[in-house]
Design a protein. Structure first.
Length: 92
């Protein structure tokens, strides 16, 4: 799950021509196969020595078991280096 999230974030960075991100915001589904702490730990290991190493990971934990994305980690927003929060993937 974390590797998939990392790939999605890196795709946005490539598409936007950004060198890195200040913040990555995700929603952790109620039935996702990891806890918030587990996600943070795996994220820290996955981004070490990458352009995302300094990015803050914000995790919103959902408790809605009926959400169609309850088993997912949903990428909500990325604040690219040099940008203000926009609520919609940086410059996209």
């Amino acid at each position: 799950m974390v590797n998939d999230l990392l790939r999605r974030v890196q795709e946005v960075l490539r598409r936007e021509g950004a060198e890195g991100a200040l913040r990555v915001r995700v929603r952790l589904g109620a039935l996702a196969h990891c806890t918030e702490e587990g996600l943070r730990g795996r994220w820290s290991l996955a981004v070490r020595d990458t352009a995302l190493a300094r990015a803050q990971l914000d995790v919103d934990v959902s408790h809605d078991l009926n959400d169609p994305r309850a088993q997912s980690i949903v990428l909500e927003d990325i604040v690219l280096n040099g940008e203000e929060p926009s609520g919609a993937f940086g410059r996209t």
